[in-house]
Design a protein around this ligand. Structure first.
Ligand SMILES: C[S@@+](CC[C@H](N)C(=O)[O-])C[C@H]1O[C@@H](n2cnc3c(N)ncnc32)[C@H](O)[C@@H]1O
Length: 218
């Protein structure tokens, strides 16, 4: 009678072990980032004095990125990096990168220190530049944008980024009020809501966030 030999497949064991080790080390990397970012945000929760977003808006940006698996993000207006840290944290989970632009050198330098201390500096390309010049020069493409610099330039930023924003992507703008009025950038909101290829809603839980999803190219 023929004996059945069940052989181990040594050539399969090694690749399997490598894949398992890789998964384990990726999980540990992510939990290290999670721990570091949470500790940083907790320790600094009352120390954001440079026109930074409230934590609820940081959480909103984070959740939009994670939920939609965005990976190519742009921020206009870094300040000292509060929103940048929330977005970079989300991008650490999706495997993405953030480009962020700031004009003021001392805020830019403080942001660099904060990014490092929060453990997300490897995810962020921070630029010291005038966004009026740099935004039109950026190649893109992007799938997520947070516009939070000079409000008078909001429409110009949008027009410069729109051709580089992927369909399905999201363009968010801070300090936009659904109720309009002074400081609510109501003309800009009207402009966004008039675009046929975007769907724009406002989240009013924090500082007012216009959230515009790009539905088609034109
Ligand atoms: C509201 S703060 C940004 C807050 C930041 N997003 C946060 O939540 O941490 C606006 C920032 O935009 C910067 N800014 C204004 N005009 C700019 C320009 N033309 N180019 C680049 N940055 C600009 C200001 O210096 C300021 O630091």
């Amino acid at each position: 009678m023929k004996r059945l030999h069940i052989r181990p497949y040594p050539f399969l064991i090694l690749p399997l072990a490598i894949v398992m080790l890789n998964c384990y080390s990726q999980q540990t990397d992510q939990s290290t980032i999670d721990r570091k970012v949470k500790a940083f945000l907790d320790a600094h929760s009352r120390q954001w004095y440079d026109m930074n977003v409230p934590a609820s808006d940081g959480q909103l940006l984070h959740d939009l990125i994670v939920k939609n698996n965005y990976t190519e993000a742009l921020e206009i207006g870094t300040s000292t990096g509060h929103s940048g840290i929330w977005m970079a944290w989300a991008l650490s989970k999706t495997g993405g990168k953030l480009t962020t632009i700031e004009l003021d050198e001392s805020r830019y330098r403080e942001a660099l220190e904060n990014f490092k201390e929060a453990g997300v500096d490897h995810i962020i390309d921070a630029r010291l530049a005038n966004a009026h010049d740099l935004v039109p020069q950026l190649k893109g493409p992007f799938d997520f944008v947070f516009s939070d610099a000079d409000k008078g330039w909001y429409r110009n930023y949008f027009l410069a980024v729109d051709p580089k924003l992927k369909v399905g992507g999201c363009y968010t703008t801070h300090n936009v009020s659904a109720r309009g009025g002074r400081g609510g950038n109501s003309d800009y909101l009207e402009f966004l809501q008039g675009l046929g290829n975007y769907e724009t809603n406002v989240d009013s839980n924090g500082g007012g966030m216009a959230i515009s999803f790009k539905k088609s190219e034109k």
